[in-house]
Design a protein around this ligand. Structure first.
Ligand code: ADP
Ligand code: MG
Length: 341
């Protein structure tokens, strides 16, 4: 028993999905070993870490002046290098105590629009945390592998990954990305639209986390068979006092219709820019939706309507990318062409 544990961390290779909303870690022997929000709380004056992950997410909108809760990857680019590095190192150390001794390999999935400077920062932080070999994979590629699409074949595979900060649309063929488009409209933007709508329609101020709760409970892209309602607590804008209002799914559909339309438009734009042969493949095979944002009720139906394509939803869209990155670790030779460093 003890030896099992000992040897498993000695040889512990890791796959990481460094998402704008959530970071996940996976090991070939154990599967997903960490799944936490990509949020860091730091002390404003010293820059010291106060909390990371789930605990830090609770801080959003609740921090006193001496503490700041930061989402360093929020827009799909690294807003704060130091904080991102500390976050990466913290998560790695949380799951593998012997990491420095073991010198494992680590494959990290990054947004496809990442710059050279950002790549270097990610590589450096993984090395500093003790990794021996670090390979980077682009997010839509990892999503396609995670969902089991035949990426190495000479056919077009379309992947739409709707995360927190970005929606990435890509067409993959022969282990390469033939076309990709990243828009900074995804789950976060839906939360912000809900915040604005509740403020304008109900004169109620609510925080980011409450807006997300509303989205999860009531959010939809198409009318629902059964109406949904929810009591929402916030602060009355005029009186400044606590207040609650009842909100329905149709309110929320109205609130999020613009960002939802932007996401659908990104898919249409990608199709327009993709060469005809690949579009024909996509027309016969369909497109894959992944990422937490794809869980919005009826979004698959709306994308299907608007593109006239068959839409597949991954079974567990919040983990598709990390499972795909895990496969690139387990079958590194087979996937050698997909790494971008
Ligand atoms: P990233 O890869 O950018 O970290 P994720 O794929 O983890 O993003 O998705 C996070 C986003 O998915 C968040 O905006 C979250 O609110 C949203 N999300 C998660 N579950 C649901 C759901 N059931 N309905 C709608 N949105 C969801
Ligand atoms: Mg993601």
């Amino acid at each position: 028993m003890f030896f099992d544990k000992f040897f498993s961390f000695l040889g512990k290779d890791l796959a990481m999905d460094l998402g704008t909303a959530n970071t996940l870690l996976y090991t070939p022997s154990e599967g997903i070993v960490l799944n936490e929000p990509s949020v860091v709380a730091i002390e404003t004056r010293t820059g010291n870490l106060v909390a990371v992950g789930k605990e830090a997410k609770e801080f959003l909108g609740r921090t006193p002046e001496r503490i700041r809760a930061i989402r360093p990857m929020k827009d799909g680019v690294i807003a704060d290098f130091e904080v991102t590095k500390e976050m990466i190192a913290y998560f790695i150390r949380k799951v593998v105590t012997g990491f420095r001794l073991a010198k494992p390999r680590i494959n990290i999935c990054v947004p496809s629009g990442i710059t050279q400077v950002e790549k270097r920062a990610v590589l450096e932080s993984a090395h500093q945390a003790g990794a021996r070999h670090v390979r980077l994979v682009e997010e839509p590629m990892a999503a396609a592998i995670g969902a089991g699409l035949p990426i190495e074949e000479p056919v077009g595979n379309m992947v739409v990954d709707i995360g927190g900060g970005t929606t990435e649309v890509a067409v993959i063929s022969l282990s390469a990305i033939a076309y990709s488009e990243s828009v900074r409209v995804a789950g976060d933007e839906l939360n912000e639209a809900i915040q604005r709508y509740v403020q304008e329609e109900f004169k109620l101020l609510i925080g980011e986390n409450m807006a997300e709760q509303i989205k999860l409970r009531l959010g939809s892209a198409c009318p629902l068979p059964e109406p949904l309602t929810m009591e929402v607590a916030g602060k009355n804008m005029v009186a400044g006092t606590p207040a609650t209002v009842e909100i329905t799914d149709s309110h929320i559909r109205e609130a999020i219709k613009d960002p939802v339309a932007t996401i659908v438009q990104a898919v249409r734009t990608a199709l327009e820019k993709t060469p005809p042969e690949l579009v024909t493949d996509i027309a016969s095979r369909g497109l894959l939706l992944a990422g937490g944002g794809s869980l919005l009720r009826g979004l698959d139906q709306l994308v299907a309507q608007e593109t006239e394509l068959h839409v597949m939803l991954d079974d567990d869209p919040l983990t598709t990318v990390v499972r795909g990155t895990g496969k690139t670790l387990e079958h590194a030779r087979h996937y050698r062409q997909v790494f971008i460093n």
